[in-house]
Write a protein that binds this ligand. Structure first.
Ligand SMILES: NC(=O)c1ccc[n+]([C@@H]2O[C@H](COP(=O)([O-])OP(=O)(O)OC[C@H]3O[C@@H](n4cnc5c(N)ncnc54)[C@H](OP(=O)(O)O)[C@@H]3O)[C@@H](O)[C@H]2O)c1
Length: 331
């Protein structure tokens, strides 16, 4: 439940509003009664300093949620490492700097769990952030995102600028990317198994052994935690936003099979890699510092996501190739 009095008369700018997190955060922000500005990529290219400066001047926000970024799956990260590094570094730098110059009161941005060292023991505690190199395949992206943490601390120290950085875990939910080339595990499996059910396919092949363990968090819960952090949290330390509960990929597949009512066979292709065996997030800070507990169980979250996907199948993101050269200054 948001603190309505906090948001009254607040001017709020959201970048990346058309993305997965943005689409889920906007309704929560609208419900606060704040004055919302959510320009599209076409209206403002965040790789162009002049456009960012004009945006901040015209929107004159008290609060900025900077969600825009160039993101993609492992294949895209391998194909465009320079773009992932350059574009994320540039847009984060321009946004934070111009927000500071524009007198923004509070700046909130997100980094991913991939910014943690590949060797971080699970459940991953926030203190592990600087203990090693991230997974090499996506390191240009992850390290560019991670610079937000250093920048936020530097701007807080030198300018007293209130920038906070949050770390959602493995998110899933409505408006996710369901493109099988780029999707995360839940949207990919939901789509594959749902389409197999609709098409009467006899089997679905899933990569690996099903033994890896993950911690999945519903995007609606993440957005609630982001709003609470905007209202109450002002410190340089990052906070994981996840459930702290772990589930195997096999259990996940079983749940999706059950909710889609798929009657065919699941074939486990054990020749394909499992990836990291354990990846979960410590949520002590989330509980103690934000007083927030994720409340959407995996079963409910999967049902909500499937219902949304079925209802929005025609307009869902089924085919979204990463387009690093959309922006004028990108290459
Ligand atoms: N998704 C996850 O599981 C996850 C996990 C942890 C952290 N995060 C972080 O959370 C944030 C939001 O993620 P998301 O999944 O919502 O991302 P997303 O769905 O890929 O959306 C990215 C948004 O950024 C916009 N954008 C990209 N380049 C831009 C530019 N040059 N100028 C203006 N806008 C631009 C996109 O607009 P167009 O589509 O029009 O280009 C889109 O609205 C990102 O910072 C991401 O790193 C995500």
């Amino acid at each position: 439940m948001c603190k309505k009095e906090f948001w009254q008369n607040k001017r709020v700018l959201v970048t990346g509003a058309s993305g997965f997190v943005g689409q889920n955060l906007l309704p929560l922000l609208r419900a606060t009664g704040c004055q919302l500005c959510a320009p599209s990529h076409t209206e403002c290219d965040l790789l162009e300093q002049q456009q960012v400066r004009i945006l901040i001047k015209e929107a004159a926000p008290d609060i900025v949620f900077h969600l825009a970024g160039l993101s993609g799956g492992i294949m895209a990260n391998k194909q465009y490492p320079a773009d992932f590094c350059y574009q994320n570094l540039l847009m984060n730098t321009l946004m934070m700097h111009e927000a500071y110059l524009g007198g923004v009161e509070k700046y909130i941005t997100l980094i991913g769990g991939c910014s943690y060292p590949a060797s971080a023991p699970s459940p991953i505690v926030e203190e592990a952030l600087w203990n090693g190199y991230p997974q090499p395949e996506s390191a240009p992206y992850s390290l560019a995102k991670k610079m937000n943490v250093t920048m936020a601390e530097a701007y807080r120290t030198q300018h007293g600028f209130d920038a906070i950085v949050l770390v959602p875990g493995n998110m899933y939910g409505p408006f996710d990317n369901f493109d099988l080339q780029n999707a995360h595990v839940i949207p990919a499996l939901l789509r594959k198994i749902y389409e197999a059910q609709v098409n009467g396919a006899e089997e679905v092949t899933v990569w690996g052994t099903g033994k890896p363990v993950r911690d999945f968090v519903y995007v609606g819960d993440v957005c609630e935690a982001i709003v609470i952090a905007a209202e109450t949290y002002s410190a340089p330390d990052i906070i994981n936003i996840s459930t702290g509960k772990q589930v195997t990929i096999r259990e996940l597949v079983e749940r999706i099979v059950a909710i889609t009512d798929y009657k065919g066979q699941i074939q486990w292709d054990k020749t394909k890699p499992d990836g990291q065996m354990h990846k979960g997030f410590d949520v002590t800070r989330l509980h103690q510092w934000l007083g927030f507990h994720s409340r959407t169980s995996l079963s409910i979250g999967l049902q909500k996501t499937l219902a949304w996907f079925v209802e929005n199948y025609e307009t869902a993101r089924l085919d979204v190739p990463v387009q690093p050269n959309r922006s004028k200054s990108a290459s």
